[in-house]
Design a binder for this molecule. Structure first.
Ligand SMILES: Nc1ncnc2c1ncn2[C@@H]1O[C@H](COP(=O)(O)OP(=O)(O)OP(=O)(O)O)[C@@H](O)[C@H]1O
Ligand SMILES: [Mg+2]
Length: 385
């Protein structure tokens, strides 16, 4: 299943958004244009949908309250609204549509209340709130049907889909120095600190075959790198990744993840999540720490792994600033979204006619589109030299 369309009202720096999403969607925009804020919509839906330790109130609270979530440019209409449509891969017709709108109570406790929640299954509305029960007991409007097992039985597949959304922004240092830092994890582990535990939890056969494929991919790009294995430390019982580094001695040397380069670790995590599950995958700037020649291959890697999987492809939404990544001519321009800051928040658009002509003439996304995300004012940074 993939998300085919997103509509937003008053979400963070977006006043009004209505854009299509594709199996591979690339988000382009200057710093602070809202790429991470857009990805956060799907993390928000994931947090709302969690029946344990989740829910609407916690998802808003974790983001600093409704004032942080609601667009600062919102004037009279202060309702925050998210609407997503989903379809089976390769199918035109809509499978699900979910609408969630909320705002704070004008008086009293100023609770955040749901102003509308709707679920459509193949075009037929199967949930419509506020309903009679909500009207009789407004406190019910503090909880979505999504987060309540007794209320979501008719659309559990949708709940599960949102719940399984993966966000990856692996920070190698957090993984390498996890023990020294004290091992505090943020919920959902967005920075990959728990990556090794995730590998450890995977059944052995799946884990070994995945690591073998990842190891052989890495041996193509990381000098002297051979054979990637999972091990458990005999003494502490902690999970580790181990690789063989070939050198002048016949058996080479074994190195653990804390000795891997930052780029190697990021690449391992990236390849691992591409093999894992078929839910929505949110990737923040996968180009970080990687050499341009590898970054350029990332779109191909996405395609290659999708083809090799028995399960259906997973939808990947990627934020990027990378010229190298976007110079790959295999990227489908339909999946490119441009975030442009305007007076009243950020607008999102697809490729325009002029850019489409350039792309037809053989220019890459990097040449035809990315160059427009550069800020004129950025040139002024040179005065600080
Ligand atoms: N509620 C809000 N209303 C308006 N603007 C907001 C709101 N919340 C955050 N912002 C703005 O959103 C911007 C940050 O957006 P975000 O982190 O998504 O940018 P980005 O495109 O991911 O940038 P980068 O490329 O640097 O990672 C900040 O300028 C912040 O002020
Ligand atoms: Mg960002």
């Amino acid at each position: 299943m993939i998300i085919t369309q997103i509509k937003l009202k008053n979400w963070k720096n977006f006043l009004d958004v209505d854009v299509p999403l594709h199996e591979r969607t690339y988000l382009l925009g200057a710093n602070a244009s809202g790429k991470s804020n857009l990805l956060d919509v799907f993390r928000f839906l994931r947090d709302v949908s969690k029946s344990q330790g989740g829910g609407l109130q916690k998802a808003i609270h974790d983001r600093g309250g409704i004032k942080m979530v609601r667009c600062l440019h919102a004037r009279k209409d202060t309702e925050v609204k998210i609407e997503v449509s989903l379809a089976e891969n390769g199918e035109e017709s809509q499978t699900w549509r979910y609408v969630l709108a909320f705002k704070s109570e004008p008086k009293g406790e100023h609770r955040v209340l749901i102003s509308s929640e709707e679920v459509y299954s193949r075009g037929k509305r199967i949930l419509h709130r506020p309903d009679e029960n909500d009207k009789n007991d407004p406190a019910r409007l503090t909880q979505t049907a999504m987060e309540q097992i007794q209320a979501n039985s008719n659309f559990r597949d949708l709940v599960k889909y949102f719940e399984e959304t993966t966000y990856l922004h692996l920070v190698p240092q957090l993984l390498k120095f996890n023990d020294q830092i004290g091992g505090q994890f943020l919920e959902g582990d967005p920075f990959g600190q728990g990556f090794l535990e995730r590998v450890a939890r995977t059944p052995k056969t799946t884990r070994d075959s995945r690591l073998e494929k990842i190891g052989s991919a890495l041996s193509l790009v990381v000098p002297h790198f051979h054979e990637l294995h999972f091990i458990k430390d005999d003494y502490t019982g902690r999970p580790h990744l181990e690789a063989k580094y070939a050198h002048h001695r016949p058996n080479g040397a074994l190195q653990r993840e804390d000795q891997f380069s930052d780029g190697t670790l990021r690449l391992i995590a990236l390849l691992w999540v591409l093999y894992e599950g078929d839910s929505l995958l949110l990737l923040e700037e996968p180009e970080l720490s990687l050499n341009n020649s590898i970054v350029q291959q990332i779109p191909i890697l996405f395609q290659h792994i999708s083809r090799n999987r028995r399960k259906r492809t997973r939808q990947i939404l990627t934020s990027t600033h990378s010229e190298a990544l976007l110079s790959n001519t295999g990227i489908d321009p339909k999946g490119v979204l441009l975030l442009e800051s305007a007076q009243e928040g950020t607008r999102i658009r697809t490729i325009n006619e002029r850019e489409a002509v350039l792309l037809k003439d053989g220019f890459s996304i990097s040449e035809a589109v990315l160059s427009q995300t550069a800020l004129d004012t950025a040139k002024q940074l040179s005065i600080y030299n």
